[in-house]
Ligand binder design. Sequence first.
Ligand SMILES: NC(=O)c1ccc[n+]([C@@H]2O[C@H](COP(=O)([O-])OP(=O)(O)OC[C@H]3O[C@@H](n4cnc5c(N)ncnc54)[C@H](OP(=O)(O)O)[C@@H]3O)[C@@H](O)[C@H]2O)c1
Length: 283
Amino acid sequence: MIDAARYGPWALIAGGSEGVGAEFAQLLAQAGLNLVLVARTTDALQRTADQCRTHGADVRTLEADLSATDACARIAAASADLEIGLLILVAGANTHSYQFLDGDLAEFQQVIDLNVSTPLALVHHYGQAMRSRRRGGIVLLGSLAGYLGSARHTVYGGVKAFTRIFAEGLWLELREHGVDVLELVLGVTRTPAMERVGLNFDAPGVIVAEPADVAREGLEWLGRGPVHVVSGNEQIVSTRSDPDRGKAVLGAHRAMQRLLQRKGITDDGGGSDRGAGAAAAPS
Ligand SMILES: NC(=O)c1ccc[n+]([C@@H]2O[C@H](COP(=O)([O-])OP(=O)(O)OC[C@H]3O[C@@H](n4cnc5c(N)ncnc54)[C@H](OP(=O)(O)O)[C@@H]3O)[C@@H](O)[C@H]2O)c1
């Protein structure tokens, strides 16, 4: 159980309305923390907030698009009177799943803003206060996609690789100031977001985690950073970290193509956000 005296009295979850974010919220409410939940969709936000209130938590919700340039300023204003002791950055996605030269640069920039620019601004803002108080925690969500380049994930894979390196450096800088930093690396996780894009959870060889287990594991590892790979995905990370990068990248690519062929799906290499690669590929 997480220590409310160390990480409270308020936790802020960027992407706290459903899936892994909602499960973090439930666990933190049960542990006695109050919550600020940020996401775009009102209904899901309210549903999760109401569930957390049943555990006695004070909950504040904010509808905001985390890829917008004013996202951090809006969140900071909405929480200016609160002591945020735990920042959990859940929201992230490959919102533009195209081969790089066929995609739209402005859309790729949105992927960078959601996964990098806004998280950096939020960490900068709330991390300073945590460092002054000499306590707190910061959790960033990573992906297996951040260990290896893959088609239609050029930018998304890149931002997730950035997340890991950023988390490691931040962990080093803050550990002497009493602030814990953890990058929690997810494999395929049965979230509503992934269900909506049609991810094939039944593809052979795919290890699927449940959001509640992922959140529980994340809180268990907070304080033991800088990086924790969700259980069951260790071998994938090891294979993807092979120093022979051509072997690693081509090996994973060919395995994915075999998987798609077995399912009778052709990867046309262009594609939409709901393309074949997105439908079957572990992210
Ligand atoms: N699920 C997987 O298989 C998987 C695998 C590897 C890594 N990951 C990583 O894990 C994290 C969570 O993944 P997930 O999306 O599958 O699960 P999730 O826990 O369901 O997270 C999505 C949350 O973020 C919010 N969100 C998404 N885009 C947003 C935006 N632009 N502005 C504000 N809020 C936004 C969603 O609410 P709204 O949509 O209402 O805004 C929701 O609350 C991401 O960082 C993802 O890259 C997931």
